[in-house]
Design a protein around this ligand. Sequence first.
Ligand code: COA
Length: 291
Amino acid sequence: MISRGPANRRSWNGQYSRISVERVASGSINKTTLMYQTLLTSLEKNILTVTINRPDKLNAINATVMTELGLVAREINTNPEIRSAIITGAGDRAFVAGADISEFNGVQTDGTALSAKGQQVFFAFERSAKPVVAAVNGFALGAGCELAMSCHFRIASSTAKFGQPEVNLGLLPGYGGSQRLVQLIGKGRAMELLLTAGMIDAATALQYGLVNHVTEPGNLLAKTREILELVNTKAPLALAAAIRAANAVFDETVEGYALEAQLFGECFATEDLREGKAAFLEKRKAIFTGR
Ligand code: COA
């Protein structure tokens, strides 16, 4: 079950508009979160919970969901109230059961453009300067598994199921799944999943290293929040640097060790380093400002 708790959980009110998009694009968003047509958002303790909200279609990613995921990725990085984010799915059956198959119209669909757009949006989560974690509450198939893999790490409910069943449809994963599955679980296991269209349960995903923790369904969001509340106490610029450096391992255009040294140097110039050092020496908790 997804908690509907917080009063500030927001959904589309028909006002989703270019103004909102422009406010996000210009970085002028502050304090409030945007309203979306297919996403619910809730900001609590500086953690934005993003719930993909098409439970009757097992949260399949149609064009609107994809566009809004791109917008929310930008909102996460431009709203100073947000320090980290959770991506999850509405209802208790699915995180996301794939791209919306009803929108695949053979040669009328520009598959290359569809894939490029999905890849771009999922890169925005992977390259987010603020931590983004997937709370996988059920089926994470196709684009759902790809979305979860584009997050910085994953927590799963014991009911979660993962797979890349695209070959059943005459496709391969199109939103980075052929690459990230190999990165995360190794080539042999990834090849088996890709070629058999098989599904693995949460326990197997844990064993493979696809997810970091498995919880009871009712505890999934609480467990994910608990981890992010800890993360949110850390120095924001250092978090961003760690994400960039770790991502560089899989980016052939970047020399990871050189980037690490550069980022290490940049962190030395931050007020947060002075604060972290002072707090350690004074035996108190550091209060980081992200400067
Ligand atoms: N795209 C569009 N609609 C989807 C969908 C998807 N990827 N996955 C599920 N749905 C819809 C179903 O069409 C159904 O809609 P309907 O009630 O209007 O007919 C609804 O969600 C419920 O799904 P259903 O198939 O009835 O549930 P189930 O419990 O029998 O099976 C799954 C669950 C996940 C095994 C099955 O829905 C499935 O195989 N989905 C597609 C998975 C996939 O191939 N993903 C990769 C896409 S590239």
